[in-house]
Design a protein around this ligand. Structure first.
Ligand SMILES: [Zn+2]
Length: 256
């Protein structure tokens, strides 16, 4: 007879480790994003000393196949073991580590536990592979941020004034309202609001990386002014949906 009162369910999934920390004497608390089950946080009992069940598997950026048990209700999943699929030793380089940490933190901040968002695992995997293979250019970073927002359902409307709906002309001044994440043309901008001014060139540059593979987006040459505005605008778009600013930005700024 099959019991209706299953106390825990064994599962396995491909996953990327977002963060981990020691807990008690030898356990680890680990947050990871799975291919199809969203973000999960689990406890890996005895992980500090285990060479068999978790060897080299629990560092950030590592891609694993994780075997775990889900218990009813909210709380930590119980991690049984991990199979190593891909290490990310190349990201030990300080510059790559800083940018990579930013990617992981954005995914962590923009996702909720056990609420899968289609595309996020694959986007992060693609980003880590691209970062291992080349530099984090401005266009690469903006493409990742933009695609993450789009996957999460927060795609900004960039080609038209968000009020009169007229398409932006080439090199037309554009105004971003940071409280709404909306763009307006000069005729529609609200007087008295503190708006970020920019150009339609930036709007078009950001639109162009919405659906590009990240390795291809990296090759986009953003002009200096566009790169500056795009970074500011993406900061505003993200701030509307993040619970707090990413701490890894300090690490990135310390590189300069
Ligand atoms: Zn308008």
């Amino acid at each position: 007879m099959v019991s209706c009162f299953v106390m825990s369910l064994s599962r396995a999934s491909e996953a990327i480790i977002l963060k981990s920390r020691l807990y008690a004497e030898s356990d680890k608390i680990v947050t990871f994003i799975t291919l199809d089950g969203g973000k999960l946080t689990g406890i890996a009992k005895g992980a500090k000393n285990s060479r068999r069940r978790f060897a080299n598997c629990l560092d950030p950026f590592t891609r694993v196949r994780v075997h775990y048990k889900v218990r009813p209700g909210p709380g930590l999943v119980f991690m049984e073991s991990c199979d190593l699929l891909q290490t990310a030793r190349e990201l030990a380089d300080p510059v790559k580590f800083a940018y990579g940490s930013y990617l992981l933190e954005l995914v962590d901040l923009l996702t909720e536990e056990a609420h899968p968002i289609e595309g996020v695992f694959n986007l992060l995997h693609e980003a880590i592979v691209a970062l291992i293979g080349g530099p984090a250019t401005a266009a690469f970073l903006r493409a990742f941020e933009m695609q993450l927002l789009c996957d999460a359902g927060y795609e900004p409307q960039l080609l038209n004034c968000n009020r009169c709906q007229n398409p932006f002309a080439v090199d037309e001044p554009v105004y971003l309202d940071p409280t709404e994440g909306s763009l307006a043309c000069a005729r529609c901008r609200q007087p008295g609001l503190s708006l970020l001014s920019g150009s339609s060139a930036t709007a078009h540059a950001l639109e162009s990386v919405k659906r590009l593979p990240l390795a291809a987006a990296r090759q986009q040459g953003f002009e200096r002014q566009v790169a500056q505005e795009a970074a500011q605008w993406m900061g505003c778009f993200l701030a509307l949906h993040l619970p707090r600013p990413p701490r890894s930005l300090k690490l990135i700024h310390s590189l300069a």
